[in-house]
Design a protein around this ligand. Structure first.
Ligand code: ZN
Ligand code: FE
Length: 720
């Protein structure tokens, strides 16, 4: 057997039955994190072999083997931590079934000298196991033990502590006293504090400059998690899987109030590194906040010196270890919607697992969008998506973006022949496409934002036909120069027609309106009702200074700094602020999240609306305002969500009648909304539509690069 860059080749000798059984068992006995795509069997005349051996890895330049994502520590390794004399409590224990992968890899093929483990010389015992075919650690590249592997070190400005046991005890005492620890994880540094101590959480927020965005929480175990969150079977399966993502769950009991800041969900996860298990042995609290170690919107910090320099201001002590993180990854974030996986942030545990496509995308580099950026390389029929890069709005994120494009190109032996990017002229990624266009002298394909959203989901499902593409999104540059985002397209993988869209409304102040949703409320109401409304009486404007209200009105009247938007995100903003749930935001999508979060009643009722040329919500707003006197906001919110789902159904019906297309593809960030998404699915499937959405890449802008890749492959004629 040998590991090749294009897969594994195994030579087996024996009678046909035995070979057959062997082939079947490769599939049935495969380790959980493995992905066997195909097994090809063909006869070969060979010399006789007397023992099983593994030959050295072979490099074939044109093809690549897949790199495994990082895998949570397995149960057998956890058991070894109690019994294996050289690995008692060893915090970097791993085997062929678990441990770091992508984060430590420097080059292909994946062998120890090509990882950041190269500086650690294996001890005799590790080396024996590494070379023993029957051992669970046979060829486990990061193999290590207490004698020869990486170690942690604790530092708090006064003292330095070595020795795992001492360190773990010290961390737990620091956490118990309400302080914050910065701890080096698999793909970067994390900040940790007691999730039941509100002062601790508030102080962490202040120092990290993260005002209100919910924080992720790691629970001691599933039993503790179940005391605080509701969890069903498919959620349990997901949170326990080897990928160990952060899973958005419905709250049952409150942790420290500042963790979720009034939202009814918790971003929950379970321990995934050996050190997490060691820590919970001593921690008195059943749950800790575990959030990326960075300052506000910068990328997660991965290098010790940077962490020491920057996180000193945020954390009271810092825990490092002496192995380099080569590729940074954040924790992935997922939500289960209608029983299926929905990715919100695709990073640790997924990257760099490719998405298999029906389309040839070889040589295309898709540069993604601006927010929640990821990019994609095309290798034959595979899309290799980068980890979550973040918002390309600060220098560090842009540097991370450029550096990761270079790393991926290097790692996957990729040289672009085509480029593709968003149509937005001001996106950093669009600008970078021009830089690369000049550097390589190759063509750029510009893809409309929402077309890319729709095609990202089509690509996952191998759809190569006309579909009804519904993109409910915040923003996106439209072909008419306006901001799009409530879009009904008739699309295929190469082109689209805009069938209809949400009504255009002015966005007073542009980006400011995204942070001040009351402006959108005013904009909608003023458009539909002008001066016939007593604005002062509405909760949206209760805290708005009179002169600001007048200013916004004048901006709209004079069309000053008022771009037009059909964004569904803006509609949700407007309703959320109208109900007084969020008139000013402190984090991305706060207003829609708060609007979804208040729903606690079941209803099928919806508000009236009208659609002709576009979808008009005048009657919707009129009804909401009249409901507001007498009805609970929870019910109003549910009815509003149902209205949007009903719009989607009725428009889909009209498109089906006119075109006979009956496959509906849903994408765009608004579909992270579980209530809306499930309601929409329910209505569409009851009306005999076949519905598709994203499961392997995010519905938000983190999935855009996959759509761009496929549109570009169609437009350049790479695939017909
Ligand atoms: Zn293991
Ligand atoms: Fe988008």
């Amino acid at each position: 057997m040998d590991n090749r860059t294009n897969g594994v080749s195994v030579i087996v000798q024996g009678d046909l039955k035995a070979i057959d059984r062997f082939t079947n068992e490769i599939l049935s006995e495969a380790p959980p994190a493995s992905r066997i795509k195909s097994i090809e069997v063909f006869p070969k005349s060979i010399e006789e072999y007397f023992k099983f051996s593994i030959a050295g890895s072979k490099i074939s330049d044109d093809q690549i083997t897949e790199i495994s994502p990082d895998i949570a520590v397995c149960d057998e390794c956890l058991a070894d931590m109690m019994s294996d004399p050289e690995r008692i409590d060893y915090p970097f224990i791993n085997c062929t079934n678990c441990g770091p992968r992508f984060t430590i890899i420097e080059g292909l093929p994946y062998d120890r000298p090509q990882t950041t483990m190269k500086d650690f010389r294996m001890c005799r015992k590790c080396s024996l196991e590494y070379n023993e075919i029957s051992d669970r650690r046979f060829h486990a590249q990061p193999i290590a033990c207490n004698d020869c592997g990486p170690v942690y070190q604790f530092y708090d400005g006064v003292k330095t502590i070595s020795g795992t046991d001492m360190i773990v005890k010290e961390i737990s005492s620091v956490i118990s006293s309400g302080l914050t620890v910065a701890i080096k994880g698999i793909g970067g540094f994390f900040l940790m504090c007691d999730a039941l101590n509100n002062d601790a959480v508030v102080s962490l927020r202040k120092r990290k400059n993260r005002e209100a965005k919910p924080l992720a929480v790691m629970f001691r175990d599933l039993a503790e998690l179940k005391r605080y969150c509701f969890i069903d079977k498919s959620e349990e399966h997901t949170i326990n899987s080897w990928r160990r993502p952060i899973l958005i769950l419905k709250q049952k009991k409150l942790l420290a109030a500042s963790v979720s800041n009034g939202l009814n969900t918790t971003g929950a996860m379970l321990p995934y590194m050996p050190v997490h298990y060691l820590l919970f042995r001593y921690l008195k609290t059943p749950a800790v906040v575990l959030t990326s170690g960075n300052l506000s919107d910068e990328p997660i910090i991965k290098d010790d010196p940077v962490a020491i320099e920057k996180l000193v201001k945020v954390a009271d002590s810092i825990v490092i270890y002496n192995r380099e993180i080569k590729n940074r990854t954040d924790d992935s974030v997922v939500r289960i919607i209608n029983g299926s996986l929905n990715l919100i942030r695709r990073s640790r545990g997924w990257t760099p697992q490719p998405v298999d496509l029906k389309f040839n995308v070889d040589g295309i580099l898709a540069l993604g969008a601006e927010q929640k950026n990821s990019f994609c390389l095309g290798k034959k029929n595979q899309a290799i998506m980068s980890q979550y890069i973040g918002d390309l709005k600060n220098k560090d994120s842009c540097d991370f973006y450029i550096e990761t494009i270079d790393r991926f190109s290097d790692l996957f032996r990729f040289k672009p022949e085509y480029l593709t990017c968003d149509m937005h002229p001001d996106y950093f990624s669009t600008g970078y496409a021009s830089v690369l266009e000049k550097k390589y002298n190759i063509p750029v394909v510009y893809v409309q934002h929402h077309h890319a959203h729709i095609v990202s989901a089509m690509a996952e499902h191998g759809l190569d036909e006309k579909v009804i593409g519904i993109s409910m999104d915040g923003t996106g540059f439209g072909t008419d120069g306006n901001i799009w985002g409530g879009e009904f397209l008739v699309a295929d993988a190469s082109d689209f027609r805009r069938f209809t869209h949400f009504d255009y409304v002015p966005v007073p102040g542009g980006d400011i309106a995204v942070q001040e949703p009351w402006r959108m409320t005013f904009s909608y109401l003023y458009k539909y009702f002008g001066d016939k409304i007593d604005y002062d009486l509405l909760p949206a404007f209760r805290h708005v200074a009179r002169h600001n209200l007048i200013l916004v009105k004048e901006m709209i009247q004079n069309e000053v700094n008022c771009p037009l938007s059909s964004g569904a995100g803006r509609l949700f903003d407007a309703v959320s602020a109208l109900l007084g749930l969020c008139t000013l935001t402190t984090f991305d999508s706060e207003a829609p999240m708060r609007l979804e979060s208040v729903i606690n009643s079941e209803t099928d009722q919806y508000y009236p609306f009208y659609f002709g040329e576009s979808v008009i919500f005048a009657e919707t707003f009129r009804a909401i305002i009249s409901d507001f006197e007498s009805t609970d906001v929870s019910l109003i919110s549910a009815k509003f969500h149902n209205t949007v789902a009903q719009v989607i159904l009725e428009v889909s019906d009209k498109i089906r009648n006119e075109t006979s297309v009956e496959k509906v593809v849903l994408s765009g960030g608004v579909f992270q909304n579980k209530y809306l998404h499930e309601k929409t699915l329910q209505k569409l499937t009851q009306n005999m539509f076949k519905v598709y959405t994203n499961h392997q890449v995010p519905v938000n802008d983190g999935g855009i690069s996959l759509g761009q890749l496929v549109v570009a492959s169609k437009k350049t004629g790479l695939c017909v």
